[in-house]
Ligand binder design. Structure first.
Ligand code: QAP
Ligand code: CO
Length: 175
């Protein structure tokens, strides 16, 4: 299964993803292909809707202290729910679906999440730092929300302007 990253302004990114009920081979193949797509695009997080599948599934692979990503640190979350959240933090976020744009976004400092793994086993994780931010960013995707949707009106305008300019330059480059 070869997956392509869906990019803004594709309407699919606004869809609400559906609860996963079958923890079967089809789900496992999707998760495997998502991992390949994420690593191939230098991502640290990816939701299924970003490859066109409206399922409540996401991947997280936060780099270690040496800035290296290891498959040992891969987290696959199915049907995640934030059950506790507190504190505040700001981080300059990006997104594989909004390439080359980064902005400061407010998030909770700490979250506790219930989710299922690829076999359907129930798990709980407590996260702070970059993992906490990444979890919140990816769960937003499951609800059809992009980080740019959280910008103030003026910053959103700035984004639209920069993004349109970029798309024009892209077009000009391939002709
Ligand atoms: C979500 O984002 C995230 O623009 C994952 O040209 C964001 O993997 C988690 C990327 C902030 C934690 C903090 C973006 C790669 C990757 C780009 C990503 C780009 C190439 C974004
Ligand atoms: Co994203």
């Amino acid at each position: 299964m070869k997956l392509n990253i869906v990019e803004y302004p594709d309407k699919r990114l606004k869809e609400k993803s559906k609860i996963v009920e079958k923890f079967d081979k089809e789900l496992h193949e999707l998760l495997n292909a998502m991992y390949t797509a994420m690593m191939g695009s230098n991502g640290i997080g990816l939701a299924a809707i970003q490859v066109g599948h409206a399922k409540q599934a996401l991947l997280l692979n936060i780099p270690n202290e040496d800035d290296e990503q290891s498959i040992d640190n891969l987290i696959e979350m199915i049907n995640p729910i934030i059950i506790e959240k507190n504190g505040e933090t700001i981080y300059q976020e990006g997104c594989l679906s909004v390439p080359s744009f980064y902005e400061d976004i407010d998030r909770y400092e700490r979250v506790v999440v219930n989710y299922q793994d690829r076999e359907g086993n129930t798990k709980t994780i407590e996260a702070e730092g970059l993992l906490s931010i990444a979890i919140q960013h990816e769960i937003d995707h499951l609800n059809g929300i992009l980080f740019i949707d959280k910008l103030s009106y003026s910053r959103r305008k700035k984004f639209e302007k920069e993004y349109k300019k970029m798309q024009k330059e892209k077009k000009a480059n391939h002709s």
